[in-house]
Design a protein around this ligand. Structure first.
Ligand SMILES: NC(=O)c1ccc[n+]([C@@H]2O[C@H](COP(=O)([O-])OP(=O)(O)OC[C@H]3O[C@@H](n4cnc5c(N)ncnc54)[C@H](O)[C@@H]3O)[C@@H](O)[C@H]2O)c1
Length: 293
């Protein structure tokens, strides 16, 4: 499509992109990157999850065709650019690898050490973390100047914003390449320092947590709170629908990381959130959160 070749023309030289993680963000980022004309290698931990990525991508692209956002040819081309693997070694030729596994500091630190071992030395290693400190991942590698945050929003194909997170160790070239890559993907990048929550989540999560506090205090039902924030503030969805979309497990991890860094009590996750995660009610991705799906 003409629109897609125009996007491709701004490509900063990043051709092959690795995506580590096969969850909702991994699939969404793979779609965005493939639609922008890059080859994508998605790494999942198990074969079933790797196959699931391709199936999920196929479904999502078919929906875009049905909505008239892309044509059949673009769908086939995007799907053909994506492969899925269970091996980190297959990320070796990637110019950029975006890590998007569970929001867990230790898991991500270990992964960055492994990526440093397998990915070619001049490849950029990026994290899609929502809140964690990017410099902690950078210092796990022998190339801290080539590590940064490239934070997509959910659902990645629909949300225009990408936060480009600059840890103290990143070179200007890395930040410039990440920014140009985001533009080449049709996104609107903003640069932000390496502080927990960056811009959006640092401002958003006290609000989401307070919505749960309001529910627990019996002020209103969750349906009423969601309707009030849609109708009264013009938000596209209310706080409970949004927590379900983000994932309750991810939301608790984000609040914990914000509280660890700033010590502000408004960031302490409400007990109901933790109980729901323990009960397996993690939101849309698990079929049930505040709402049922
Ligand atoms: N959900 C959102 O709205 C959103 C938005 C932006 C960024 N993020 C960030 O993206 C990342 C992934 O979030 P998601 O919503 O895709 O989560 P998800 O639960 O859908 O997927 C998590 C992925 O991590 C993998 N994983 C779990 N435990 C692991 C381990 N021990 N080692 C390696 N991999 C493991 C899972 O197999 C899965 O592929 C997180 O860092 C999250 O903070 C999430």
């Amino acid at each position: 499509m003409a629109e897609e070749s125009a996007i491709k023309a701004e490509d900063p030289g990043i051709r092959t992109v690795g995506v580590v993680g096969s969850g909702q963000m991994g699939v969404g980022i793979a779609e965005v990157v493939a639609r922008a004309g890059h080859d994508v290698v998605v790494r999942a931990r198990e074969q079933a999850a790797a196959d699931g990525v391709i199936a999920a991508l196929d479904r999502s692209l078919a929906k875009q065709v049905a909505k008239g956002k892309i044509d059949e040819d673009a769908r086939k081309q995007a799907l053909g650019r994506v492969s899925a693997t269970t091996s980190l070694r297959e990320l070796a030729p990637c110019d950029l690898v975006i890590e998007t596994v569970i929001e867990d500091r230790e898991v991500k630190k270990q992964l960055f050490g492994e990526l440093d071992r397998w990915v070619k030395p001049n490849g950029i290693l990026a994290t899609n973390t929502s809140t964690l400190s990017v410099v902690e991942f950078a210092v796990e590698t022998g190339r801290p100047e080539r590590v940064c945050g490239i934070h997509f929003f959910n659902p990645a194909p629909a949300m225009p914003l990408v936060e480009i997170v600059r840890p103290l160790t990143a070179s200007d070239e890395t930040i410039a390449a990440a920014t140009e890559f985001a533009v080449a993907c049709g996104k609107e990048p903003v640069e932000v320092a390496d502080r927990a929550g960056f811009i959006v989540n640092a401002l958003l999560f006290p609000y989401l947590n307070n919505a749960v506090r309001m529910l627990e205090s019996g002020t209103a039902t969750m349906e009423a709170i969601d309707a009030a924030m849609r109708g009264g503030c013009g938000f596209p969805m209310g706080p409970f629908a949004l927590i379900d979309l983000v994932g309750l497990d991810t939301s608790v991890a984000i609040l914990d990381a914000l509280h660890d860094e700033f010590g502000d009590p408004s960031y302490v996750p409400m007990p109901l959130l933790r109980r729901m995660v323990t009960a397996g009610r993690c939101g849309r991705k698990s079929g049930r959160g505040f709402y049922e799906y």
